[in-house]
Design a protein around this ligand. Structure first.
Ligand SMILES: [Cu+2]
Length: 157
């Protein structure tokens, strides 16, 4: 899907340059479309296909176990609420459940992730495929804060 998108952008740029070629002086103005194409390509998020690996992080009262994990891109992570309380899993940049709801509604990219407390009650599990390398810091807004309390880090390489 992403490759075909990039291809179509490149094709349209070639067509633009082709049109400009009718007038010899238009060749310099034809230099603009390629920079727009470059911007479009760099905003595309490179994803890795699932690698068949899966790990489990237990969500307890009140910690993630383990709280730090290093995985390869394409690994599926299963969070299991084994506690007696509701918990949530929020990216560090998100303040609360409502903020996560807004994020997930507006950003469909694979790096947009998390689970609200209402959907993560005792016995619930939440699975996310981490297919973009990066450092994912997360926390529970009920029992922690970014960098403190119920807090964890996933390093995806
Ligand atoms: Cu919690």
């Amino acid at each position: 899907m992403k490759i075909s998108l990039v291809s179509s952008v490149v094709v349209s740029a070639v067509l633009l340059v082709g049109c400009g070629a009718d007038a010899p002086d238009a060749a310099s103005s034809g230099a603009k479309p390629p920079s727009e194409v470059e911007a479009a390509v760099t905003t595309t998020i490179a994803t890795v296909p699932p690698n068949g690996e899966s790990i489990t992080i237990q969500v307890l009262d009140n910690s993630y176990r383990p709280s730090e994990y290093e995985i390869k891109a394409g690994t599926e992570v299963v969070f299991e609420n084994r506690g007696r309380n509701d918990h949530n899993i929020l990216p560090e940049s998100i303040k609360d459940d409502a903020g996560l709801t807004a994020l997930l509604a507006s950003d469909m990219s694979p790096t947009s992730w998390g689970i609200e407390s209402s959907a993560f009650t005792p016995g619930d599990s939440f699975t996310h495929l981490f297919n973009v390398p990066g450092v994912y810091k997360f926390y529970c807004s009920i029992h922690g804060a970014p960098g403190a309390g119920m807090y964890g880090t996933l390093t995806v390489s």
